[in-house]
Design a protein around this ligand. Sequence first.
Ligand code: HEM
Ligand SMILES: [Ca+2]
Length: 702
Amino acid sequence: MEVTEESERIVEDAVMRALETMLNQENSNANNASSSEKRIIDSQQANADSKSAQFTGEVLEEATRVLVKEFGMDIIPVANAVINKWKLEEEDANGQNENATEVPERRKKRQAMLRSKRQSRNSSDCSTFPADCNDRFHTTTRTITGNCNNRQNPELGNSVTTLRRVLGGAFYADGLGRIRTRSVTGEVLPSARLISNSLHDDRDNEVFSSNTNHLHMIIGQFIAHDMVFIPSSVARGGEALDCSSCNSPQTVSANCAPIQVPLNDDYFKIPCMRLTRALNGQENFGVRSQIGQNSHFLDLSTVYGSSNCEMDSVRSFREGKLSTFTDLGYVLPPQNRNDTNCLSSPRFFCFTCGDFRNSLHPALIPVHTIFIKEHNRLADLVRSRRRDMSDEQIFQLVRKILIGMWQHIVYNEYLPKYLPQRTLRNFGLTPLRNRVHLGYDPQQDPSISAEFAGAAFRFGHSQARFVFTRKNAAGRPRGDYDLGFNVFYASQNYLSGIGGWEPVMNGMVQTAGMKTDRYFTFSIRNQMFEIRGRNGSGVDLVSVNIQRGRDIGLFPYIMYREFVGLPVVTTFDDLNTTFSQENIDALRSVYSDPMDIDLYTGMMLEENMAGAQLGPTAVFLVAEQFKASKIGDRFYYESVVQNTDNFNLEEMNEIRDKVTLAKFICTNMDSINRINSDIFDFQSNQVNCSSLPEINIDTFLR
Ligand code: HEM
Ligand SMILES: [Ca+2]
């Protein structure tokens, strides 16, 4: 697209007007947007890099509106050609001394808008942007942000970059970024809470899985926290937004999307439930888009973080190890005395791990801890053999091995437990035997899809139980705790009298998870972020999932269904190939047209595929993501890629032949010496930990 002087002037004018509007809003909202005295508990807190991405995103959003109003949608490709020209000019200018020539005021403003993301990254030093992805470091080492994983397009999959779109676009009321609020019939869409009440309430009738244990749930969450972190919008000053009043979109911020509560609601006696929109990180003119704040790859962001700063906060910088807290006589992650989400009383601090959501509920901490312990155990083994290796060398080698082990556990044990065998084969998700994987594809965008993050991989919320059981090694009860009263409370991890977190881990292995279906437990539907003793002070996670889908512009369920190859639907009855009659009737009772069905709800009401714990649409969206995450990762543990220090065949066989989650757990818990032979089946026979194979560290010391 040719950029003319005139088109450049028009686009620059629009950017200047957008900056001006934002400045005015900032002044007029100064008393509203950031005025909340209330502490806002939110698992999705934006970091500094995300906040500056929001600034760029919002200038572009506003400038897009200005342009489209005047010139219509056809202007967008032209405007993007202009912005690309500016970006190139910026890159050139970066190489030169900028002070040498006088930079006009307008250009400076434009630059500030364009560069704000990168500038803040550099100034905080949390992320580095190397000049050369082909150098030695990027041949041997996976960066913490994911940068340079793809050498042709170094930012692909990087932390703080935009989500991928399975259908290539997004679905908004105005085609740009406004939330869908109307049915195709013109009526108002049912509120997310109404849908949750009508279709997703288990009415305390808990149905458990017949074979899958609660550990499968928590490992799913650990995977989610590795791959997905969609940050919430903040006020201009960087503070959290208080989006709890129904008119907050007008009085507080356009980034509020509160959920209307029906009048007769059983639990919430408030008119609206708070929800802050995912922050807009659009990098071009056009449609609003969201970012992943963690590295998009399956690379243990939960353990190591997604920026240099996060990585530094978990390392001990001695002997290649990670920091721990051991005052109670057992290992925990280091305490975080500044966690603004943490609700437990000051003695019971929440923790610092690679991912900020580690203390979202107490059962995540056992999983974080076994990974930290395994890292430190392997570091000791390496050091005992190689006294000459530095902290950095040991750290990076162990990190590489542990990520390989983790990827193997996910593809070899976790996915087959709920995806059909045929899907695993068709999408190439099954680990190989005694062969290297030659399918790395630099054309594959490894980024997380909005559909996976916003809907499909949230299926796991249905697996969560009301009660977390605690058991000793022999399987005897050690006292339960309720999820709903422990969201962002860390105290359960401080019970040294019963052996800390180990009984929680035993409990998860030895008890059933909930069946994956359309029903969710009371705590998930009513008590997310609830402050103890204040009923209704939290939110409904199912409503949030549905509203989040609308917020991030997911298309209605029907569109994905067709994309996946299921029969076209025009009436509710057409759903009968993949829905029970009961579920069709249920959908009809809240939606006025099948075209309105939200992706999350549609997916959760589909009948499961044979041999699977999910319906066909969710299976596709999950499998599609894990394929992208495999063939789009230059460092995938089975891959051999030119000019990259991947594992050699012997090393990857060591992982494939020996690593199991069962052994991993056994090795890092003091209280057990037997464990379930099928680690995700609570009924499977127990075997001696010592009978399970163990990797030989010498294999990795070439
Ligand atoms: C007790 C268990 C769990 C709790 C309390 C929980 C809680 C939450 C909360 C509060 C959010 C933020 C929602 C939003 O603002 O949009 C969230 C997001 C999410 N959850 Fe869970 N979750 C649990 C288990 C799981 C499991 C088992 C999985 C997957 C198998 C999962 C996958 C996800 C995903 C993919 C997201 C989106 C993350 C993001 O947008 O950054 N969660 N969860
Ligand atoms: Ca990651």
